[in-house]
Design a binder for this molecule. Structure first.
Ligand SMILES: O=C(O)CCC(=O)C(=O)O
Ligand SMILES: [Fe+2]
Length: 239
């Protein structure tokens, strides 16, 4: 039997030089596999189990798209907590580098508990990790997951389903709005258990005349068939 894979070990094994380059040049990066197929199946199965969630959102009721999602309640599933804090620690230095490049306070603390304490003190008390479900015809409109004044500038989406097998279509899409220029779109293909790391709101871009900011939004294109589940990992809590 294999020993269980701890997030810390897996996180160290990711290709960070490429991830950091992709984040710097495109504002997004794929991670390679984070969750095993079994972990993906267990998380997706939670959708229909009672007791894991604090609220459910039907997207068409709010004009957010079509499909639905549920926010996990505290205590979060241990897999989610472990990954959320381990990824936070790895990403906090990057978040600080982005903040200083954009002339913002670069004071994200090194560990997630300290950052969450800051969110809670600012009345952002509710956990933001979520489980999303899309069926044929469903989609997620371009949006930002802001949830309050405090925002950690990077977030992840993990694909739990098997593309081509469980569903077709349903591609993760990012747009980048550039000052006084036309917007740019990026489609991100993910494998089952893989995540995309991307900018929540703004990110710095090094231009010839200094650094400027671009604004990112993300969404999901229409599912052509099947069912697709994802987990969203957002590091700030919600008001
Ligand atoms: O389902 C997706 O790929 C995107 C989900 C999303 O909006 C998020 O994780 O914040
Ligand atoms: Fe989102």
């Amino acid at each position: 039997m294999q020993p269980p894979v701890t997030p810390a070990r897996t996180i160290d094994a990711l290709d960070w030089p490429r991830i950091e380059t992709d984040l710097a040049t495109r504002g997004c990066a794929t991670t390679g596999q984070l969750f095993t197929p079994k972990e993906c199946a267990q998380l997706a199965a939670m959708y229909d189990e009672g007791g894991h969630f604090r609220s459910r959102v039907v997207m068409q009721r709010h004009g957010f798209g079509q499909g639905e999602y549920q926010y996990f309640a505290n205590p979060l599933p241990s897999l989610i907590t472990a990954w959320r804090s381990a990824l936070y620690e790895r990403l906090a230095p990057l978040a600080n580098a982005w903040a200083s490049a954009m002339g913002q306070p670069a004071d994200y603390p090194p560990d997630h508990a300290a950052y969450l304490a800051r969110c809670h003190a600012a009345d952002q008390l509710r956990p933001t990790p979520l489980l999303l479900r899309y069926d044929e015809g469903d989609y997620n409109c371009l949006h930002q997951d802001l949830y309050g004044d405090l925002q950690f500038p990077l977030q992840l989406t993990v694909l739990l389903s098997q593309p081509g097998e469980d569903f077709t279509g349903g591609e993760f899409v990012l747009t980048e709005q550039r000052p006084r220029m036309q917007s740019r779109a990026e489609v991100v293909s993910l494998a089952q258990g893989e995540a995309v790391i991307f900018a929540v709101n703004q990110r710095p871009v090094a231009g010839t005349r200094g650094t400027y900011r671009v604004t990112m939004r993300h969404g999901v294109s229409r599912l052509r068939s099947g069912r697709r589940h994802t987990v969203g990992l957002i590091f700030h809590d919600a008001r």
